[in-house]
Structures are given as structure tokens and as C-alpha cells.
Design a protein around this ligand. Sequence first.
Ligand SMILES: [Zn+2]
Length: 419
Amino acid sequence: MIMERPQADLLVRGARLLTLAPFRTEQPRVGPAAGDVGAIDDGWVAARDGAILGTGHGDGWQQYELTAGAVERQVAGRVVMPGLVDPHTHLCYAGERWDEFTTRHSGADYLAVLERGGGIHATVRATREASDETLLALTRARLARAVSLGTTTIEIKSGYGLDPDEELRQLRLIARIRTEAAIDVAVTYLALHAMPRGIERRDFLKAAEAMVGTVAAEHLAEAVDGFIEKGVFEPEDARPVMKAAQAAGLAVTMHADQLHDVNAAAFAARLQARSADHLANVSADGMRVLARIGHTVAVLLPGSAFFVGYAPPDARRFLAARVPVAIATDHNPGTSPLEGMPAAIALAVTLCHLTPHEAIVAATINAAHALGRGQRTGALVVGRRADLLILETDDERDLCYRLGAPLVREVYAGGRRVA
Ligand SMILES: [Zn+2]
């Protein structure tokens, strides 16, 4: 009897392979695992129908037979690693904010700009005025650039509509992008971004709470977000909206303690939020609650600290408390116009003091956990989606060292080449 060999339709071999495989069970990485990229020299990864079949080193790949039309890559001298996961973006908007960019120098100024009807409000005006076609084209172009820079899973928030009808339009457009995209798109309804003009706070909060039901019924988003910040929305404003989201089966996430400590981290942790994002001003108490409850991933956004000019979050505090850390671009036209995860990785090392390997964990598997996808992507493990990158270097530390270098050579999502 002839034993048939398993068939692979994608084989990448001879690589410095970063598997990001878990020590034991899969969970957000803390402790020694927070800096372990699972490197294998002369490594290979095989996939079939978009899922990983196996990884190993040397000539172990010979156990597979290649299908007709299989992609086989010999990549000696290159790093192969999981595709990057960007768990926090505001990709769907119209209008750039160059004037504000050139005049703003501090975090406090950002709230002053907002107060005067600039900031988010400027983007809200431009986005409302843009047609569906224009918004789709702008968002598709930004998504394509993210993919070319190695992103294979991305979160996209609404939030530039503010009033419920306009939010609904933007969510439907993002949902369309999700359907057609070559990579995995996680949609979030940013219910509480800023107070729109000409409406009572109480009425706005009620309308946002009601919208959560529509969003869940139409499957427009998988999570609900709020900007919990001094003078914007306090935890008590957000509670009914977040509770409504959870009652409707949606995850919750929050912009928390970015510019001021408003106890948003503890609020997010107690609600079992999927992630708490920014956290540049999280208090010692907030950190303790995050660590004690242990469910919420801290998503640090160094691009925003870099562009706005406030003190970035110190990742060492989170790691010391064993709070899992992820990073994201926070791509948006006002406070973080940076593109692509390699720049976020570099800034996370230089500004937030992650080691290069901790930044890679934060940009792959921990970012996947921040999106509730820790079992699906973020690591090269049997059965997961074949989301992987081939880098134009033999040392992954180049991602943070050679800032701005075009290091991402090939991008595969679900086993298919997408860039
Ligand atoms: Zn944001």
C-alpha cells in the first residue's frame, strides 16, 4: 500500500521562522512569553486551503506533496513571521488635518482644538459631506497601503458620523469593505467619540444606546467603543451604552485614560472589555484592576503620543504588572496619521520601551487577542489562518531599527498572496 503524503498549496522554507507559538495553552502573552517569538532557524511553514498544516525546521517539509499550482518559496536569509494585526484604526474618513497638525504641540492643545469645533469635528464635517463612493475609495486605498505594509487583520472603527444616521451609513460602508477585503476586517461601532453640536448630552447618549441594537441586529459591527476622557465622556456616561452592547452580544473596548486619568482603565477591566486602548495616563489603581481581573488587553498607541506630543505610555509598567500589551497604529487624520504596523512597532520600542521581540508579540498574537482572534491568527500554529509575511531581512529587529525601510516583501492572508 502506498501512503499518500498530505498535500500543501503553500510552502515557505529555509527561513528564519518566527512562529509565536504558545508555551502551552493560547492566551494573551505576559511574563517571559511576552518576549518570546518562537524563532526557528532554517524553518518552514506549510499551508493548505488557507490554514496552516505545520511548521518545523530542516527538511521536515518533505512530508508534504505540493498541489498543482502550489506556491513554493525558498527564502534563505529572510525572516518569515505571522501577519501583523492592527487592533485600533479610524480608517474610514474624508479630509486631512494639516493645519491642526502644524499648529498643535501638546495633548492639552488637542482638547482645546476640539472645544473650538476643530479636531474630530473637522473630520466629521468632511466625512459627512463625502459621498459613499468617495468614502469607499479613500478607505480601500488606506486598507491597501496597510496590507502592503504587512497588516493581515485590521480593526476599523466608525465614529466620524456622531449622529446615529450618519454613523449607520459609515458602518454600512465599512461592513461592505469587510466583505470584499482580502484580509480580515473587524468592525467597531465607535458610539461615543465626541458630543455632536446642537443636541442634549442625555438625548445623545440615549440615541447611541438605541443604535447599539440596530448595529447588532444588522451585524454591522462586532464591538462598541467610547472615548472615555476628561470633558468628553466619563465612565458613567458610557456605562449604559456599554451594557447595551454586551446585552446584544457585542464586545466592548475603550479609548481609556489617554490624556487624563478618569478611571477608565478600571472601568474597562470591570466590564471585561476586550481591550483598553491608549492608557498613557492610567493610574496605579487602574493598573492594579487591569492586572487583577486579567481579561482586558492594553492596546498602546505610540503614534498618537508621537504626533500629539504627550508622554507616551511606559510599556514596562504594564509588563511588570503582567498586563498583556498590544500595539496599534490608531491611524486617523488628526492625532495619528501614521501608516502601517512597522512604524507602530518602531515607535513602541523607542517611545514605550518594549524590546523588539516584545513589540513583535504586541503587534501579532497579543493584538489578535485584543480583537478576540487569539485562536485564529497571530501565530504560525497548525489550524490557524495562514497569515504570514516574508521580510527583506534576516533579523526581525530591523522592524524597529531601520525605521522607514521597506522590509515587508511578501504578504499572505488566508494562504493567498495579497501584497
Ligand atoms: Zn483611536
